[in-house]
Design a protein around this ligand. Structure first.
Ligand code: DC
Length: 232
Protein backbone atom coordinates (compact mmCIF):
# COMPACT_ATOMS: atom_id res chain seq x y z
CA UNK A 1 0.00 0.00 0.00
CA UNK A 2 1.17 3.51 -0.80
CA UNK A 3 2.94 5.18 2.14
CA UNK A 4 2.23 8.76 3.04
CA UNK A 5 3.71 11.43 5.32
CA UNK A 6 1.62 12.55 8.29
CA UNK A 7 2.52 15.90 9.87
CA UNK A 8 0.99 16.71 13.27
CA UNK A 9 1.44 20.20 14.71
CA UNK A 10 -0.15 22.03 17.58
CA UNK A 11 0.24 23.63 20.98
CA UNK A 12 1.96 21.91 23.93
CA UNK A 13 0.14 19.01 25.56
CA UNK A 14 -2.61 18.68 22.96
CA UNK A 15 -2.00 14.94 22.74
CA UNK A 16 0.01 15.10 19.50
CA UNK A 17 2.39 12.34 20.50
CA UNK A 18 -0.37 10.03 21.75
CA UNK A 19 -2.17 10.32 18.43
CA UNK A 20 1.06 10.04 16.42
CA UNK A 21 2.04 6.83 18.26
CA UNK A 22 -1.42 5.31 17.74
CA UNK A 23 -1.21 6.08 14.02
CA UNK A 24 2.34 4.80 13.63
CA UNK A 25 1.43 1.54 15.34
CA UNK A 26 -1.71 1.01 13.29
CA UNK A 27 -0.08 1.86 9.96
CA UNK A 28 3.35 0.33 10.78
CA UNK A 29 4.96 3.73 10.17
CA UNK A 30 7.99 5.31 11.85
CA UNK A 31 7.10 7.75 14.62
CA UNK A 32 9.33 10.77 15.29
CA UNK A 33 8.79 13.13 18.23
CA UNK A 34 10.54 16.25 16.94
CA UNK A 35 9.99 18.07 20.26
CA UNK A 36 12.22 15.46 21.93
CA UNK A 37 15.02 16.54 19.59
CA UNK A 38 14.73 20.20 20.68
CA UNK A 39 14.54 19.02 24.29
CA UNK A 40 17.78 17.03 23.85
CA UNK A 41 19.58 20.14 22.57
CA UNK A 42 18.17 22.14 25.53
CA UNK A 43 19.44 19.43 27.88
CA UNK A 44 22.90 19.69 26.30
CA UNK A 45 22.83 23.47 26.82
CA UNK A 46 21.86 23.02 30.49
CA UNK A 47 24.48 20.31 31.07
CA UNK A 48 27.19 22.55 29.60
CA UNK A 49 26.02 25.64 31.52
CA UNK A 50 25.11 27.43 28.31
CA UNK A 51 21.83 28.49 29.92
CA UNK A 52 21.98 30.30 33.22
CA UNK A 53 19.03 32.08 34.84
CA UNK A 54 17.07 31.50 31.62
CA UNK A 55 19.69 33.35 29.56
CA UNK A 56 21.16 31.35 26.68
CA UNK A 57 24.72 31.81 25.46
CA UNK A 58 23.57 31.56 21.85
CA UNK A 59 26.99 31.98 20.27
CA UNK A 60 28.52 29.18 22.35
CA UNK A 61 25.58 26.89 21.61
CA UNK A 62 26.01 27.50 17.87
CA UNK A 63 29.75 26.74 18.19
CA UNK A 64 28.86 23.50 19.96
CA UNK A 65 26.29 22.33 17.39
CA UNK A 66 28.75 20.05 15.50
CA UNK A 67 29.31 18.24 18.82
CA UNK A 68 25.62 17.60 19.47
CA UNK A 69 24.44 14.28 18.07
CA UNK A 70 20.77 13.48 18.51
CA UNK A 71 19.43 10.07 17.46
CA UNK A 72 16.55 7.68 18.12
CA UNK A 73 16.98 4.00 18.92
CA UNK A 74 14.21 1.43 19.04
CA UNK A 75 13.78 -0.27 22.40
CA UNK A 76 12.18 -3.65 21.65
CA UNK A 77 11.03 -4.29 25.24
CA UNK A 78 9.25 -0.91 25.41
CA UNK A 79 8.12 -1.22 21.79
CA UNK A 80 9.10 2.44 21.38
CA UNK A 81 11.97 4.59 20.17
CA UNK A 82 14.10 6.34 22.75
CA UNK A 83 16.16 9.47 22.28
CA UNK A 84 19.93 9.57 22.65
CA UNK A 85 22.14 12.61 23.13
CA UNK A 86 25.73 11.82 22.16
CA UNK A 87 25.09 8.07 22.60
CA UNK A 88 23.49 8.51 26.05
CA UNK A 89 19.82 7.62 26.59
CA UNK A 90 18.15 10.86 27.78
CA UNK A 91 14.54 9.79 27.34
CA UNK A 92 13.58 10.63 30.94
CA UNK A 93 15.87 13.61 31.51
CA UNK A 94 14.39 15.61 28.61
CA UNK A 95 10.96 15.67 30.36
CA UNK A 96 11.97 17.59 33.49
CA UNK A 97 10.44 21.02 34.21
CA UNK A 98 13.93 22.52 33.90
CA UNK A 99 14.12 21.38 30.28
CA UNK A 100 10.47 22.35 29.64
CA UNK A 101 11.19 25.85 30.94
CA UNK A 102 14.20 26.41 28.67
CA UNK A 103 13.47 24.45 25.49
CA UNK A 104 11.54 27.23 23.72
CA UNK A 105 14.55 29.55 24.02
CA UNK A 106 16.81 26.93 22.43
CA UNK A 107 14.19 26.14 19.76
CA UNK A 108 14.12 29.79 18.68
CA UNK A 109 17.76 29.69 17.49
CA UNK A 110 17.71 29.39 13.67
CA UNK A 111 20.98 27.39 13.54
CA UNK A 112 19.53 24.79 15.94
CA UNK A 113 16.41 24.53 13.80
CA UNK A 114 18.41 24.13 10.57
CA UNK A 115 20.38 21.23 12.01
CA UNK A 116 17.32 19.44 13.39
CA UNK A 117 15.08 20.10 10.37
CA UNK A 118 17.73 18.57 8.05
CA UNK A 119 17.82 15.47 10.25
CA UNK A 120 14.01 15.26 10.34
CA UNK A 121 13.75 15.56 6.55
CA UNK A 122 16.34 12.80 6.18
CA UNK A 123 14.31 10.54 8.52
CA UNK A 124 11.18 11.12 6.44
CA UNK A 125 12.74 10.83 3.00
CA UNK A 126 11.11 7.45 2.34
CA UNK A 127 7.65 8.49 3.66
CA UNK A 128 5.77 6.09 5.93
CA UNK A 129 6.38 8.48 8.80
CA UNK A 130 4.31 10.26 11.43
CA UNK A 131 6.08 13.27 12.90
CA UNK A 132 4.74 15.67 15.49
CA UNK A 133 5.96 19.13 16.44
CA UNK A 134 5.35 22.81 15.71
CA UNK A 135 6.63 23.31 12.15
CA UNK A 136 6.19 19.89 10.58
CA UNK A 137 3.42 20.87 8.15
CA UNK A 138 4.82 24.34 7.51
CA UNK A 139 8.59 23.77 7.20
CA UNK A 140 9.73 20.15 7.58
CA UNK A 141 7.19 18.43 5.30
CA UNK A 142 5.16 21.15 3.57
CA UNK A 143 4.07 18.54 0.99
CA UNK A 144 2.81 16.01 3.56
CA UNK A 145 -0.29 14.23 2.32
CA UNK A 146 -2.01 14.65 5.68
CA UNK A 147 -1.49 17.63 7.98
CA UNK A 148 -3.23 17.91 11.33
CA UNK A 149 -3.31 20.89 13.68
CA UNK A 150 -4.25 20.01 17.24
CA UNK A 151 -5.71 22.38 19.80
CA UNK A 152 -7.36 22.19 23.24
CA UNK A 153 -8.04 24.78 25.94
CA UNK A 154 -5.03 25.80 28.08
CA UNK A 155 -6.75 24.50 31.25
CA UNK A 156 -7.42 21.09 29.72
CA UNK A 157 -3.82 20.83 28.53
CA UNK A 158 -2.36 21.94 31.87
CA UNK A 159 -4.52 19.39 33.71
CA UNK A 160 -3.30 16.58 31.41
CA UNK A 161 0.34 17.57 31.82
CA UNK A 162 -0.07 18.01 35.60
CA UNK A 163 -1.63 14.52 35.92
CA UNK A 164 1.24 13.05 33.87
CA UNK A 165 3.91 14.73 36.00
CA UNK A 166 2.26 13.76 39.29
CA UNK A 167 1.79 10.16 38.08
CA UNK A 168 5.51 10.12 37.29
CA UNK A 169 6.33 11.18 40.87
CA UNK A 170 7.08 14.88 40.25
CA UNK A 171 5.95 17.39 42.88
CA UNK A 172 4.66 20.42 41.02
CA UNK A 173 1.82 22.92 41.33
CA UNK A 174 -0.97 23.12 38.76
CA UNK A 175 -0.32 26.86 38.39
CA UNK A 176 3.35 26.29 37.53
CA UNK A 177 2.34 23.82 34.80
CA UNK A 178 -0.30 26.21 33.43
CA UNK A 179 2.21 29.05 33.42
CA UNK A 180 4.77 26.89 31.56
CA UNK A 181 2.18 25.91 28.95
CA UNK A 182 0.90 29.42 28.29
CA UNK A 183 4.37 30.95 28.15
CA UNK A 184 5.55 28.23 25.73
CA UNK A 185 2.46 28.78 23.55
CA UNK A 186 3.40 32.44 23.40
CA UNK A 187 7.11 31.87 22.66
CA UNK A 188 6.41 29.12 20.09
CA UNK A 189 3.86 31.12 18.15
CA UNK A 190 5.62 34.49 18.19
CA UNK A 191 9.25 33.47 17.48
CA UNK A 192 10.70 34.78 14.24
CA UNK A 193 11.94 31.49 12.78
CA UNK A 194 9.25 28.88 11.97
CA UNK A 195 6.55 30.06 14.40
CA UNK A 196 3.73 27.69 15.24
CA UNK A 197 0.69 28.27 13.07
CA UNK A 198 -1.87 26.20 11.24
CA UNK A 199 -0.37 25.46 7.84
CA UNK A 200 -2.34 25.68 4.63
CA UNK A 201 -4.34 22.52 4.10
CA UNK A 202 -4.06 21.41 7.73
CA UNK A 203 -7.13 19.95 9.40
CA UNK A 204 -7.79 21.37 12.87
CA UNK A 205 -8.71 18.97 15.66
CA UNK A 206 -9.87 20.48 18.96
CA UNK A 207 -9.79 17.61 21.41
CA UNK A 208 -10.84 19.47 24.59
CA UNK A 209 -13.96 17.32 24.63
CA UNK A 210 -13.00 14.47 22.31
CA UNK A 211 -12.22 11.00 23.68
CA UNK A 212 -9.01 9.34 22.52
CA UNK A 213 -10.92 6.57 20.75
CA UNK A 214 -13.22 8.99 18.97
CA UNK A 215 -10.29 11.15 17.89
CA UNK A 216 -8.39 8.13 16.58
CA UNK A 217 -11.41 6.93 14.57
CA UNK A 218 -11.82 10.39 13.05
CA UNK A 219 -8.16 10.66 12.06
CA UNK A 220 -7.98 7.13 10.71
CA UNK A 221 -10.83 7.98 8.37
CA UNK A 222 -8.81 10.98 7.18
CA UNK A 223 -5.73 8.80 6.62
CA UNK A 224 -7.76 6.30 4.59
CA UNK A 225 -9.11 9.11 2.45
CA UNK A 226 -5.52 10.10 1.61
CA UNK A 227 -4.21 6.66 0.73
CA UNK A 228 -4.94 5.92 -2.87
CA UNK A 229 -5.72 2.21 -2.85
CA UNK A 230 -5.83 2.12 -6.68
CA UNK A 231 -2.29 3.33 -6.90
CA UNK A 232 -0.16 1.23 -4.54
O1 DC B 1 6.41 18.89 21.81
P1 DC B 1 7.24 19.35 23.00
O2 DC B 1 6.43 20.10 24.01
O3 DC B 1 8.03 18.23 23.59
O4 DC B 1 8.29 20.37 22.36
C1 DC B 1 9.24 21.00 23.16
C2 DC B 1 9.54 22.38 22.61
O5 DC B 1 10.26 22.25 21.39
C3 DC B 1 8.35 23.26 22.34
O6 DC B 1 8.17 24.22 23.37
C4 DC B 1 8.68 23.95 21.05
C5 DC B 1 9.84 23.22 20.46
N1 DC B 1 9.55 22.57 19.18
C6 DC B 1 9.73 23.29 18.04
O7 DC B 1 10.07 24.47 18.11
N2 DC B 1 9.57 22.71 16.84
C7 DC B 1 9.19 21.43 16.73
N3 DC B 1 9.04 20.87 15.53
C8 DC B 1 8.96 20.67 17.91
C9 DC B 1 9.13 21.28 19.13
Amino acid sequence: MKKITIAIDGFSSTGKSTLAKQLAQKLQYVYVDSGAMYRAVALYALQHKLIQNSVLNTEELINNLPLIKVAFQYNASLKASEIYLNEVNVNTEIRTMEVSNTVSIVASVPEVRQQLVALQQHMGAKKGIVMDGRDIGTVVFPDAELKLFMTASADTRAQRRYDELVAGGTTVSFDAVLENITSRDHLDSTREDSPLFKSEGAIEIDNSKLSLDHQFEKVLALVNSKIDFKNP
